[in-house]
Structures are given as structure tokens and as C-alpha cells.
Design a protein around this ligand. Structure first.
Ligand code: FMN
Length: 175
């Protein structure tokens, strides 16, 4: 099997992390893979925000937990030291697909480099909040952006779970 196919099949979500940041070169390579995702009409509607700042990481985790209805102390980022946030421009009709594909590229690139990751939801609600809008404003990000997802990154602190079996009726053929 090709290395690429092996990565696509063996990547798994990680839900327990060591505190260390990943290497900067790996982070940059993962981000670059995200920016090369296909997008509807090549309009590149998504943007990526890389968060390695501990204070901001903790703030986002707390916002995410609140959206989940969880209280103080719950960390939806499972201890991951850093994350990438993908948002996409709602003015582009394919923005959700574009942003989701960036997420896919990011997580598969991470797996290829031996970096563990997990897609964490609720970025939409996060960046619809006043706090979220303020974060974008402070970064000078203007425009009609919707949060697509967070990809938490780091190194696993515990073995990853095996993949669930693929459902029997996943694929249909017309021959
Ligand atoms: C759109 C989307 C949202 C997800 N949100 C979360 C989440 O909020 N928290 C979480 O622990 N995992 C989340 N996941 C990860 C899935 O639970 C995970 O991909 C699934 O269980 C399959 O496991 P695997 O990634 O190891 O193949 C999300 C995945 C996707 C695609």
C-alpha cells in the first residue's frame, strides 16, 4: 500500500495529550497542507488560525466547554497544547465543503508527520459569540467568517483507540 493510503487508513483521533508543543517545522508543514486543499472554483474561502499561545488555548477551551453546557474544569481539547482553527467565508457558496476539506488535509498531514490530532466541533458557535468576534477583530480578520472546526494537535499521552469497523452498507456500485 502507498504511504499516503496507509496514513488515510490509520489516522485516528487522539483524546489525551502530553503538554509539549509540536515542532515548529511540523506545524508549518501541516498548515501548508491545509492551504493546498481543493476549494470550490479555487476561491480558497477558508482561513486558518494557529493557536500556540497557552492563554488563548485555555480561553477557547473554556468557550467551547460553555457551548457544550460544561462547567469550569472541563477541557474539550483533552489537554492538547495547541490547535488550528479553520473558518471559512460564508459569501462563498462552497464554504462549508472548502473548510471541511482543509480540516481533512490538516489532520491527515498531521498523521503523516506522526502528530496526533482530533477535530473538535462548535467553532461555529464560538466565533458567533461576541468573545469570538473580538478574537477575529484583534487579528485584523474582517469578513463573513464562520467557524468550521478546531484541530487540536500534540502527542498522545495514551494509546489511540482502534478504528471502528466500517459499516457494511458504506459503498454501492453501479457496474
Ligand atoms: C465534524 C466533526 C466533528 C467532531 N467533533 C468532535 C468533538 O467535538 N470532540 C471529539 O472528541 N471528537 C470530535 N470529532 C472526532 C470524531 O469523533 C472521530 O473522527 C470519530 O469518532 C471517528 O474516529 P477516528 O477519527 O479515530 O477515525 C469530530 C469529527 C468530525 C468529522
Amino acid at each position: 500500500m502507498s504511504e499516503t493510503l496507509k496514513v488515510l487508513e490509520t489516522r485516528r483521533s487522539c483524546r489525551a495529550y502530553k503538554p509539549e508543543l509540536i515542532e515548529e517545522e511540523k506545524l508549518q508543514a501541516i498548515i501548508k497542507a491545509g492551504t493546498y486543499a481543493a476549494s470550490g472554483m479555487g476561491r480558497q474561502s477558508p482561513i486558518i488560525i494557529a493557536v500556540t499561545n497557552r492563554e488563548m488555548r485555555d480561553k477557547l477551551s473554556a468557550m467551547n466547554a460553555r457551548i457544550m453546557g460544561q462547567g469550569e474544569g472541563h477541557d474539550p481539547f483533552y489537554g492538547a497544547p495547541e490547535l488550528l482553527i479553520v473558518l471559512a467565508n460564508k459569501d462563498v457558496p462552497t464554504y462549508i465543503y472548502d473548510g471541511s476539506l482543509v480540516m481533512g488535509n490538516l489532520m491527515n498531514a498531521a498523521a503523516d508527520l506522526g502528530v496526533d490530532s482530533c477535530w473538535i466541533h462548535r467553532a461555529k458557535e464560538e466565533f458567533e459569540s461576541e468573545e469570538g468576534k473580538e478574537i477575529l477583530k484583534n487579528l485584523g480578520i474582517e469578513g463573513n467568517y464562520e467557524g468550521i472546526g478546531h484541530l487540536i494537535l500534540g502527542y498522545a499521552a495514551a494509546p489511540l483507540r482502534a478504528a471502528a469497523p466500517r459499516k457494511d452498507d458504506y459503498v454501492y456500485y453501479i457496474q
